[in-house]
Design a protein around this ligand. Structure first.
Ligand code: SF4
Ligand code: SF4
Length: 120
């Protein structure tokens, strides 16, 4: 009976482990990988990212541009392993992994399929 009360009093003096999200943000390690980002203006439509992806997460889809229709990566982010192989093989380095984890929540799983325009 006494022990739980003692533990409760001790816990009151300890540092909090939780944060007031979203007002407070966790600090992330340098190696943290999250949502992908695409620079559509420099993508050369080579498909290297789609070919290397170990989880078949990337589909090349048609996008209208100033210079006609081009194929660029669409990403099913719910299948992404955040392995960064796609970013490593991308010749112009227009596909990168960011630390933005806040976009990885949705009510409908179809929202996880990101067209090239949504990756910019
Ligand atoms: S990070 Fe890995 S799993 Fe995710 S899209 Fe790129 S290659 Fe595929
Ligand atoms: S590897 Fe890079 S340049 Fe090639 S299609 Fe993918 S994003 Fe575009």
């Amino acid at each position: 009976m006494l022990r739980p009360m003692v533990e409760t009093v001790k816990a009151l003096g300890r540092k909090r482990f939780t944060i007031q999200y979203p007002e407070e943000k966790e600090s992330l390690p340098d190696s943290y990988r999250s949502m992908l980002k695409l620079d559509m203006s420099t993508c050369i439509s080579c498909s290297a990212c789609a070919i290397i992806c170990p989880n078949q997460t990337i589909t090349m889809v048609e996008v209208p541009t100033d210079r006609g229709i081009k194929k660029m990566p669409q990403i099913g982010i719910e299948r992404c392993l955040f392995c960064a192989l796609c970013a490593e093989v991308c010749p112009p380095k227009c596909l990168t992994l960011t630390k933005n984890y806040e976009v990885l929540e949705a009510y409908d799983k179809r929202e996880f399929i990101k067209r090239p325009e949504e990756l910019e």
